[in-house]
Design a protein around this ligand. Structure first.
Ligand code: UDX
Ligand code: ADP
Length: 487
């Protein structure tokens, strides 16, 4: 029986998970709904402390201002479960759902342990009243059904729940803009009255016609499909980049020409060293796993190609660096500019930089790494994890002393100044498209480097003719070499 929502008003919204999704999304609701109190709960006390400080745990342009404006008024970051969850009318689940690195579905399936834990906690703690539970994290389809089943299994509870799926489409680095002016807000659910309650919250700043409603499964699937399509465009242009390098075409020109066709569109055609981020790979793996589960092998293979192409692009870049540096980087010093998976974020999840740096360390290169927003701890941890094949949980004492970790510590230096980073190195590798890289004094950089000085632009953001005039040997993505050397 559907709940009667005629007397239901949203006075308090809670959110479990104060991460890249939960933090910005809740801040935006607090900004545009001053009549609603918004509580964000996280198990991680350090993260909550950071959200309550002047140094937020994530870097996102425009977010500091919103948090400063609303925090303590109607926006609260807390480890108090009762305040955030039990007392809230609507509870968002914004916890992480990484790819499983163990057991059945290893390397493919999303690990739903955090979501399931949330559902069980809610079931065991909420005993009366009615709540709307909103699935915000990207999840495999039918997760809402699992959440719903768990919530309905309490024997001593009067509480009732409606489950909605409301996937987040924000991209990191532009989260505030994306949330402020979304292309669409998607709400999936079975009870139209519950959907309307959530739609009314968004309608405080989003036009009604942009708030769309679907059934639960369509909503969950749409998020996966959107990310697969976006990633597919990048893999397509990256595949083309290899043809360009072989033939003498220029990938930037091809992307421009192709993108002017309105049916194709110009965005997401930037050839690169490969896509990263917490979503694309995970969601494609999810979709392919789902397809295989339903015996749709051809569908799974089709989308899996997007990941294979991305892996190949990263590998191709690392190989090119080794090849151009006279087939060996052993004992050579290389400077890596950019470690985040894209500009304007400090997030490194699945960043191509991690893979490429680990490959170069395996080749015995020494790396100087600079990123304006990523900490030294994060960079070392990321490279060590990949080299130790260790993805889960805290970095244990055992892993800290493996030969791989020792090697990373010996070969990798994180340097806080870009000019210091590049000094005395044989090559510069541009891994993230940070705007500041375009403003550097590249002549000064060149003068401080070993000669011949190589520059590999993995993002095609610099002025290559100018760099060549300065004296650099420049290699970019999808542009044929002018005078292919023997090396
Ligand atoms: C993505 C989706 O865009 C967003 O809608 C979803 O909610 C989460 O996943 P995000 O991963 O934050 O967002 O960043 P995005 O801008 O999509 O970039 C992903 C990766 O693709 C980055 O490594 C980026 O550098 C790369 N990329 C993007 C390219 O290589 N070329 C492009 O043309 C665009
Ligand atoms: P996303 O990019 O999806 O937001 P993050 O890893 O940035 O992912 O954030 C997820 C947050 O969820 C983390 O801060 C983590 O501590 C928190 N979290 C995970 N499980 C729980 C839970 N059961 N209760 C509260 N917080 C949780």
């Amino acid at each position: 029986m559907s709940t009667d929502y005629s007397n239901f008003t949203v006075k308090r919204i809670g959110c479990i998970g104060a991460g890249y999704v939960g933090g910005p999304t809740m801040s935006m609701i607090a900004k545009y709904c001053p009549h609603i109190d918004v509580y964000i709960f996280d198990l991680n006390q350090t993260r909550i402390n950071a959200w309550n400080s002047d140094n937020l745990p994530i870097y996102e342009p425009g977010l500091d201002e919103i948090v400063q404006e609303r925090r303590g008024k109607n926006l609260f970051f807390t480890t108090d479960y009762t305040e955030a969850v039990i007392k809230s009318d609507v509870v968002f689940l914004s916890v992480n759902t990484p790819t499983k690195h163990y057991g059945l579905g290893k390397g493919r399936q999303a690990d739903l342990k955090f979501i399931e834990l949330c559902a069980r906690q809610i079931r065991d703690s909420v005993k009366t009243g009615h709540k709307i539970i909103v699935e915000k994290s990207t999840v495999p389809i039918k997760t809402a059904m699992a959440v719903s089943r768990i919530l309905k299994t309490s024997s001593d509870s009067q509480a009732t729940f409606d489950i909605l799926s409301n996937p987040e489409f924000l991209a990191e680095g532009t989260a505030v803009k994306d949330l402020e002016n979304p292309d669409r807000v998607l709400i999936g659910g079975e009870n139209p009255a519950a959907i309307k309650i959530l739609a009314d919250v968004y309608a405080n700043w989003v036009k009604r016609e942009q708030i769309i409603q679907t059934n639960l499964w369509s909503s969950e699937l749409s998020k996966l499909v959107a990310n697969c399509f976006l990633a597919q465009r990048i893999s397509s242009i990256n595949a083309v980049s290899a043809i360009c390098e072989a033939t003498g075409a220029n990938v930037n020109e091809v992307a421009h020409a192709v993108g002017m066709d309105k049916r194709i569109g110009s965005r997401f055609l930037q050839a690169s060293v490969g896509f990263g981020g917490s979503c694309f790979q995970k969601d494609i793996l999810n979709l392919t796993y789902l397809a295989e589960h339903y015996h749709l092998k051809e569908v799974a293979d089709y989308f899996y190609g997007v990941i294979s192409m991305n892996d190949w692009q990263k590998q191709r870049f690392a190989q090119k660096v080794v090849h151009k540096l006279f087939n060996t980087v052993s004992s050579k010093k290389l400077s890596v500019l950019g470690f985040a998976f894209k500009k304007d974020t400090g997030d490194t999840r699945e960043s191509s930089s991690i893979f490429i740096c680990s490959k170069l360390v395996e080749e015995r290169a020494y790396l100087n790494i600079y990123d304006p927003k990523v900490s030294e701890l994060q960079i070392m941890d990321d490279i060590m994890r990949v080299m130790n094949d260790a993805y889960d949980g805290d970095f244990s004492a055992h892993l800290d002393t493996t030969p791989e970790s020792e090697m990373v510590r010996r070969c990798v230096k994180v340097i806080k100044d870009p000019y210091e980073c590049v000094k005395d190195t044989h090559a510069v590798l541009i891994m993230t498209e940070w705007d500041e890289f375009k403003t550097y004094d590249w002549k000064k950089m060149y003068d401080s480097m070993k000669k011949p000085a190589f520059l590999f632009d993995g993002r095609n953001i610099l002025d290559h003719s100018k760099l060549e005039e300065i004296g650099f040997d420049v290699y970019s993505i999808g542009v044929a070499e002018k005078n292919p050397a023997q090396w």
